[in-house]
Design a protein around this ligand. Structure first.
Ligand SMILES: Cc1cc2nc3c(=O)[nH]c(=O)nc-3n(C[C@H](O)[C@H](O)[C@H](O)COP(=O)(O)O)c2cc1C
Length: 229
């Protein structure tokens, strides 16, 4: 490990790995009062998503998706949320990817949004189903042509020899589909996560944060509770 050089060019006799514990920000906010949080967490999510958009947070639809394999090994990756409504939260990917394989065997998944500029996090847990092929087609064909070709060219998560293999495949596909629509690969499409738990986290001073969790009960009504930070 090398010694860390700071932005003033000064050397420290520690590595960045040793200095990382010194990073510290106070999360100053007005906090959240459960009385001001609606009864429906998806409407509450919509309000917070709008706040993120109004705050000009770049790519506010970035989220982290966690899945669990058939042998109980968790994994996570960053994805883009592509829609949400009362039915759930939609994202698109390759159904034969690592996450696709996990979801094929275990429908449980978790999404985490971080809107750091607002000191906010939202954690969503639920079960995932594929959306209809028609909906996937509609979204696929709304994407830029280059992204459509890349989706066809890439067997996501499989090992490839080098980048050239991928670029060669793209060139071949560009030729094959010249002046023709690119068909959506059957193994590429959307999933919808139907939530059974949604937690809103608001950072506050001295790490005494606010956490409000909504859990879906058997009568289909959301129950709202406060969690210790
Ligand atoms: C900002 C960002 C957005 C991404 N959006 C997507 C996405 O919407 N769909 C997707 O399949 N992969 C997306 N990725 C790539 C994934 O993080 C991941 O590399 C890929 O889906 C393969 O994951 P897997 O091997 O666990 O299946 C994105 C990555 C980043 C950093």
């Amino acid at each position: 490990m090398s010694f860390f050089k700071d932005i003033k060019g000064q050397f420290h006799n520690k590595s960045i790995g040793q200095l990382v514990a010194n990073f510290r920000t106070e999360y100053i906010s007005n906090g959240i009062d459960e009385k001001n949080m609606g009864d429906d967490p998806i409407i509450q999510f919509e309000k917070w998503f709008n706040d993120a958009v109004k705050s000009k947070i770049p790519e506010p639809n970035i989220m982290h998706l966690s899945t669990v394999s058939s042998d109980c090994k968790p994994s996570g990756r960053v994805l883009l949320l592509k829609g949400f409504d009362e039915n759930g939260f939609v994202f698109y990917t390759n159904y034969d990817s690592r996450k696709g394989n996990d979801l094929g065997k275990n429908k449980n998944a978790a999404m985490t949004f971080l809107w750091f500029e607002l000191y906010r996090q939202v954690r969503i847990e639920g079960t995932v189903e594929k959306i209809s092929p028609e909906e996937s087609d509609k979204y696929f064909h709304s994407r830029p042509r280059g992204s459509q070709i890349s989706a066809v060219a890439s067997s996501q998560s499989s090992i490839i020899e080098n980048r050239d293999v991928l670029e060669k495949k793209v060139k071949e596909l560009e030729k094959e589909y010249q002046n023709k629509p690119v068909p959506r690969p059957e193994n590429w499409g959307g999933y919808c996560l139907s939530p059974f738990s949604i937690e809103f986290w608001q950072g506050r001073a001295s790490r005494l944060h606010d956490r409000i969790i909504y859990k879906l009960q058997s009568n289909n009504i959301w129950k709202k509770e406060r969690l210790a930070p």
